[in-house]
Design a protein around this ligand. Structure first.
Ligand code: SAM
Length: 232
């Protein structure tokens, strides 16, 4: 279970109404029952139920069961598409261990805004379900141009360009280090964007194979390719 509260030996953790409903109403747990907790900072802890209630309750941390596992330093930049497919991308990025998820507005992006809080909640759920101890941060929508203008010099960019569609081409760079993956919207990248991205010294143009994949499929394929190339 994900909680905001700090976790540590003997630490008590208050539960909100939703958490109490899930643990005591749905899971039918009572006082003394163990629950695994994580908050994205302190690793995973076994806590015991010490107080139950309809609108809240309390757990008390007993022992750490796993240290914090930091994901590789990978950002996923993607142009938001339809709601369900955007949710899918965020969920899969969290499952696959992205450290940061950045919705970006490109020339052919239709979305004007994203519900950051809703996407962050999806990332939390995905981390819960895959036993992660870390939750990636989900950013607000930003213009791709602005993001590239402030780009940190030590981060490489895997630019997934549909115009490159051919045999799969992994990023040909040294393993490790800081990376980001960029996936375009349904309409792909504009010629201007493509030229600008290709000229960036930190960009590596990548093909995900001979077929044009939907953006949500492309995000998963790109993260898999990156994992394969980087060994993370
Ligand atoms: N409308 C575009 C077209 O027909 O050329 C397709 C865009 S595709 C649905 C969405 C995004 O997925 C692309 O911008 C790219 O980032 C990525 N993508 C899809 N297939 C790819 C491929 N074979 N190689 C590299 N990137 C790909």
């Amino acid at each position: 279970l994900y909680v905001e509260h700090p976790l540590g030996q003997g630490q008590t953790v208050p539960l909100n109404r939703d958490q109490a409903h899930y643990l005591f109403g749905v899971m039918r747990l009572g006082v003394g029952a163990p629950v695994l907790l994580f908050n994205g900072r302190d690793g995973e802890w076994r806590a015991d139920v010490t107080q139950t209630g309809k609108r809240g309750g309390e757990l008390t941390c007993a022992e750490q069961t796993a240290p914090l596992r930091m994901p590789p330093d990978l950002w996923l930049l993607f142009a938001p598409i339809k709601k369900a497919r955007t949710d899918f991308i965020v969920e899969k990025a969290a499952e696959m261990g992205a450290a940061r998820i950045c919705p970006v507005q490109t020339d052919f992006t239709n979305a004007e805004r994203v519900r950051r809080d809703r996407l962050q909640a999806h990332a939390v759920e995905a981390a819960e379900q895959c036993g992660g101890t870390y939750v990636p941060a989900v950013d607000d929508l930003r213009k791709l141009d602005r993001m590239l203008a402030d780009w940190p010099g030590d981060r490489q960019l895997m630019f997934c360009d549909e115009a490159e569609a051919g045999s799969v081409q992994a990023p040909g760079a040294a393993r490790g280090g800081k990376w980001a993956i960029l996936i375009g919207p349904e309409g792909g990248f504009s010629e201007g964007e493509r030229a600008r991205l290709r000229a960036l010294p930190f960009a590596h143009v990548v093909s995900l194979g001979p077929r044009i994949l939907r953006a949500d499929t492309a995000a998963v394929a790109a993260m898999t390719l990156w994992q394969q190339a980087m060994g993370d």
